[in-house]
Design a protein around this ligand. Structure first.
Ligand code: ARG
Length: 462
């Protein structure tokens, strides 16, 4: 009968219930947030005349010892203590005596867990954005090196038009930039203090919520206590942001996996970030991008799990909400290691520019350029040029060559309006460099985009 809430009970709880009900084995990772929250609360209680300064001092000293015990690994985490909030308060009280019991004045575990978990998530919003920034730096550096490395641009995974590899990497830079913005936006929106909402209805004690909000680094105080103690939108947002980010990582991983196959041969992962096979000695497997692609599944699962937990909850706090933490911790851990390993794998990856450029010679990548030529130089309507260019493709296929290798004589036979000035239009690099519209692939345009992202990174203040 050593439970804090056992006053109205006459029988001890079953050990089965203790196991089922406890969150202590995973919520203990919130110990720093919990202790900081308690210290801010105690200081406010003293400032408001609810605690005297000796009591505050005792709580502060006791908490310092609790913190030291946790960080040194001495602290005993027991399932029977249910969660970290009760474990810490219990230990505090055993160190400083009855004064420890005064700490919970004007507070409930409902606002306490809301404070701890929210602050943890806000911290992770920032740390993940910082990791994204370092990934972005690597991607932009790769892009800068390859603004004129030809690469077959694809749609439907079929050769479409020549682009450059830098341009391709900057598509991912664009995705990760949006991800940074999402984490930062969530951090700003959710930076609101729940402390002082107590169980659900606020408290009759004369507290100062502004003071604790400020001490804990929140921007403001929440408006409605009933919403605040049951709101887990901040957790859902980080889960969604991680899922979206992992979807981007997974798309890039899929490309790296394809690119490192013999069929593509566009990149080679370094030995440090590749694995071997237990049976086939020649194998070098892209386990890193494969796992990144695979881990996207589990973070999506975590998002759906919490959405489902929350969907049926009446106001205000319900114990269902305790199910919010493990999935969030798992997604955060997954996001952090994924960002780091992707960054390192990219940093050490070899780009096989020759193979990329060779691949452009297949698939008639400049067929659109022939059509564009007929529009521009001969005034032929695009629909008709499309047909003529299609015939040129068919003829190239029959000759067993790429359209970029067609002779002028052959082209002239297809349409008499074609002149010798067509030849530069079929050159792969010219095709890439001809696309100079805003945001396009031409080397000059890609270089501008590199500058844009470099400026963006420089201006980031995360
Ligand atoms: N361990 C609980 C959780 O994670 C803390 C809040 C408990 N509140 C309560 N009224 N039982 O949600």
């Amino acid at each position: 009968m050593d439970k804090m809430w056992s006053g109205r009970f006459s029988e001890a709880s079953s050990s089965l219930l203790d196991d089922f009900n406890a969150s202590i084995m995973y919520d203990r990772r919130l110990y720093k947030e919990d202790i900081e929250g308690s210290l801010a609360h105690a200081a406010m209680l003293q400032a408001q005349g609810i605690l005297n300064s000796d009591e505050l001092k005792a709580i502060q000293e006791g908490m310092a010892q609790v913190l030291q015990e946790i960080e040194s690994g001495e602290f005993e985490w027991k399932i029977s203590d249910e969660d970290l909030h009760m474990a810490i308060e219990k230990r505090l009280t055993s160190i400083i005596g009855d004064v420890g019991g005064k700490l919970h004045t004007a507070r409930s575990r409902n606002d306490q867990v809301a404070v701890d978990f929210r602050r943890y998530v806000l911290r992770k919003d920032r740390e993940i954005a910082q990791l994204l920034k370092s990934l972005l730096e690597v991607i932009v550096a790769i892009a800068e090196e390859h603004t004129s490395t030809l690469l077959p641009g694809m749609t439907h995974l079929q050769h479409a038009q020549p682009i450059n590899f830098g341009f391709h990497m900057l598509a991912y830079a664009s995705m990760f930039k949006r991800d940074i913005e999402r984490f930062e936006d969530s951090r700003r929106r959710n930076n609101i203090s729940p402390l002082g909402c107590a169980a659900l209805a606020g408290t009759p004690h004369n507290i100062n919520r502004e003071m604790t909000a400020e001490t804990l680094g929140f921007d403001s105080v929440s408006v409605n206590c009933l919403d605040t103690v049951s709101d887990r939108d901040f957790a859902l947002e980080i889960l969604f942001n991680i899922s979206t980010m992992m979807m981007h990582i997974s798309r890039l991983s899929e490309e790296i996996i394809m690119w490192s196959s013999y069929e593509f041969g566009f990149v080679e992962l370094s030995d440090a970030y590749s694995t071997g096979s237990s049976i086939m000695p020649q194998k070098k497997n892209p386990d890193v991008p494969e796992l990144l692609r695979g881990k996207t599944g589990r973070v999506n699962g975590n998002l759906i799990a919490l959405l489902t937990v929350m969907k049926g909850l009446p106001l205000a706090y319900n114990k269902d909400t305790q199910e919010d933490k493990e999935g969030v911790f798992d997604s955060i851990d997954t996001a952090e290691i994924s960002l780091e390993i992707l960054r390192e794998a990219l940093k050490t990856m070899t780009v096989k520019t020759e193979n990329m450029e060779k691949a452009c010679q297949k698939g008639h990548l400049t067929a659109t350029d022939l059509a564009d030529y007929l529009v521009e130089k001969c005034g032929v309507p695009f629909r008709e040029t499309h047909f003529i260019s299609g015939k040129a493709v068919a003829r190239s296929e029959a000759l067993g060559i790429d359209i970029s290798e067609m002779s002028f004589e052959e082209l002239k036979k297809i349409d008499g309006r074609i002149n010798e000035d067509v030849m530069p239009y079929l050159v792969l690099r010219n095709s890439m460099n001809a696309r100079q519209s805003q945001g396009a692939t031409a080397t000059v345009r890609t270089k501008e985009q590199v500058e844009f992202f470099k400026e963006y990174i420089k201006g980031l203040n995360i």
